[in-house]
Design a protein around this ligand. Structure first.
Ligand code: SF4
Length: 398
């Protein structure tokens, strides 16, 4: 697992079921089921598919007691299928009772500081708070959170303090504005409540739908945690990113710079699509930054008027057949202008030489020339096999 040149922020390792978030653990990729949690067969089936697609933690909505009571069935259903994946329960409005039920069955519980005590942080309309009122609100937060912390502590369950820009409490907005600062103060209040009870299995998230707000909040959070000597891991995500290309680009624009700065211990890309689509975006982002390597690195030129081969289908075939060779870098180049240079940086590749003909390369060495372009990928695979570097693709197991 290469971390490239990125110096990751030092965080404590928080155990979530069988995995750890933070510390030296790889940045964990997570997603969220969107089936109704009370519909056990459907949600189990979705979680199995998410796990198969690479999910390392799956969050489920716990909106009602019906959802909370479905959790043991979900756990059992997964166990029966031999699927081990950490589960997180997502709790929002006045969710203390729900969290106390959920914590019996999951590995992590997510609470939203803006909503846990007050239900809807924005229903309150006051535009100023006296010191006494601030203290009262704090006590209400404590009353809502304390039993959950105690239960998490007893059961070895982690907690995510998940602040959303869109659901800050009215008091936080009045005191600190609808700003990254308000988000950070909201998280800090809950962190301190956890610390008062000597509970440190905490992961923090500060999500927003605007890239600049999300980034600003996370950078400020890191600064404040450093000042307070806190080393809690961060979960990164851009909420409501949308779907399609825009959703992916927005998410990558938000998460990429933070990850490059060494911020972030687990990520989710939130798309208005089947959640299974989120996983490849996360893994591709981590791979592009050199943080995780889950498949072969593929180099391909865009092709231009100089090439005399049909590059794209051959590159697609190379990906399809050899992407599982995650220790290798493979290349497909259209012509000799940049071909030899780029190929030299790859382990194996092909370069368009003339009309329908390619050369096959191993590093900087040209191993074969005049190969029919339709044989390019097969020739590369034969060469990899001859070199003893081929492994068969993994079976589709959970
Ligand atoms: S390598 Fe050759 S074909 Fe590919 S973009 Fe460069 S000049 Fe064009």
């Amino acid at each position: 697992m290469s971390e490239g040149l990125i110096e990751r922020r030092q965080t404590r390792a928080v155990r979530v079921g069988e995995v750890f978030i933070g510390g030296d653990s790889p940045i964990l990729v997570q997603t969220m089921a969107n089936e109704k949690t009370y519909d056990v067969p459907k949600v189990v089936s979705q979680i199995v598919n998410l796990k198969r697609a690479g999910a390392e933690l799956v969050r489920v909505t716990v909106e009602t007691m019906r959802d909370a009571k479905a959790l043991p069935g979900i756990r059992q259903g997964l166990n029966d299928l031999g699927v081990g994946v950490p589960l997180s329960a997502d709790i929002h409005h006045r969710g203390t009772g729900l969290a106390l039920e959920a914590v019996k069955w999951v590995d992590k519980v997510r609470v939203n500081p803006g909503l846990l005590a007050f239900g809807d942080g924005r229903t309150e309309t006051k535009d100023e708070y006296t010191p006494l009122e601030i203290e009262q609100r704090h006590e209400e937060n404590k009353k809502a959170l304390e039993p959950i912390i105690k239960s998490c502590k007893e059961r070895g369950v982690a907690m995510r303090i998940g602040v959303n820009h869109g659901s800050l409490s009215n008091m936080m907005m009045v005191r600190f504005g609808d700003t990254p600062l308000g988000m950070v103060e909201s998280a800090l209040e809950y962190i301190k409540l956890c610390e008062e009870l000597d509970f440190k299995d905490i992961i923090v998230s500060l999500k927003a739908s605007r890239v600049s707000v999300m980034q600003g909040a996370n950078r400020l959070m890191v600064k404040r945690m450093d000042q307070e000597s806190m080393d809690y891991p961060l979960h990164l995500g851009l909420t409501e990113a949308g779907n399609g290309q825009e959703g992916r680009v927005k998410s990558v624009a938000a998460l990429g710079p933070l990850l490059q700065e060494g911020i972030g211990d687990t990520i989710r890309v939130s798309l208005t699509e089947n959640p299974i689509n989120e996983l490849s975006v996360c893994f591709d982002l981590l791979q592009a930054l050199g943080i995780r390597k889950e498949k072969a690195e593929i180099i391909g030129c865009p092709s231009c008027g100089r090439t005399k081969i049909n590059l794209e289908p051959h590159l697609n075939e190379l990906k399809k057949r050899a992407a599982h060779l995650k220790d290798l870098t493979l290349s497909g180049m259209g012509c000799v202008v940049n071909g030899p240079g780029e190929s030299a940086d790859s382990d194996y590749g092909f370069i368009g030489l003339g009309e329908g003909k390619v050369a096959i390369t191993r590093g900087a060495e040209q191993v074969l020339a005049g190969v029919n372009e339709d044989q390019a990928v097969e020739s590369i695979i034969e060469l990899i096999k001859a070199d003893g570097r081929w492994v068969d693709p993994p079976k589709d197991v959970v």
